[in-house]
Design a binder for this molecule. Structure first.
Ligand code: SME
Length: 146
C-alpha cells in the first residue's frame, strides 16, 4: 500500500474505531509486507510496557527498562531508531529468530515521549526514510489515544 493512502486510512480508523491503538497495529501489520511484527509500548515510570501488538508470535519482552534495547534507546533519546541489521547492534534485545531489521518510533505528547511504535521485519534493511516519515506521522496521529 502507498504511504499517503495508508495515512488516510489511519485517519479513518481513528474516527471510526472504539479501539484505536489495536486497530492501527492490526492495519499496519496487515498492510505492509515488510512489517512482520508491530507493537506499541507505553511509558510507565522508568519502563516501556507492551500494549497492543500483532504478529506471528508473542514477545517475551513485555517490559523494557528505558535505556535498554533499541526500544529503550529510542524512548530515552526521543528519536526514531532504524536498525538495518539487528545482529550487528549491541543494544538489540532478541524477540524472534526471524527478525533481521527493526524500526522504533517515539510517540510524544507535549515534547515528552509517552510510548513508541516498534516494528520488526524479517527482511534485512527493510525500513527506508519513507517508513520513518510515515510512522512518525502515525505516532503523531495516535498520540491522543495512548
Ligand atoms: N528488539 C527490541 C525488543 C522488542 S521486540 O523487537 C518486540 C529491542 O531491542 O528493544
Amino acid at each position: 500500500m502507498d504511504y499517503k493512502k495508508a495515512e488516510n486510512k489511519i485517519k479513518e480508523i481513528i474516527q471510526d474505531s472504539s479501539n484505536v491503538l489495536q486497530d492501527i497495529v492490526d492495519f499496519l501489520c496487515d498492510s505492509f509486507e515488510h512489517y512482520s511484527w508491530v507493537g506499541i509500548y507505553i511509558v510507565e515510570g522508568n519502563n516501556l510496557i507492551l500494549g497492543p501488538w500483532k504478529g506471528p508470535h508473542a514477545t517475551e519482552h513485555t517490559k523494557i527498562p528505558i535505556g535498554h534495547g533499541v526500544c529503550g534507546s529510542a524512548a530515552e533519546s526521543g528519536r526514531t531508531e532504524v536498525v538495518d541489521d539487528v545482529h550487528s547492534d549491541d543494544r538489540y534485545l532478541a524477540c524472534f529468530v526471524t527478525t533481521k531489521s527493526e524500526i522504533v518510533v517515539p510517540i510524544k505528547k507535549d515534547g515528552k515521549t509517552i510510548g513508541k511504535i516498534d516494528i520488526d521485519s524479517d527482511k534485512p534493511a527493510a525500513f527506508t526514510q519513507d517508513d520513518s516519515m510515515f510512522l512518525e506521522k502515525v505516532a503523531e496521529l495516535i498520540s491522543p489515544y495512548v
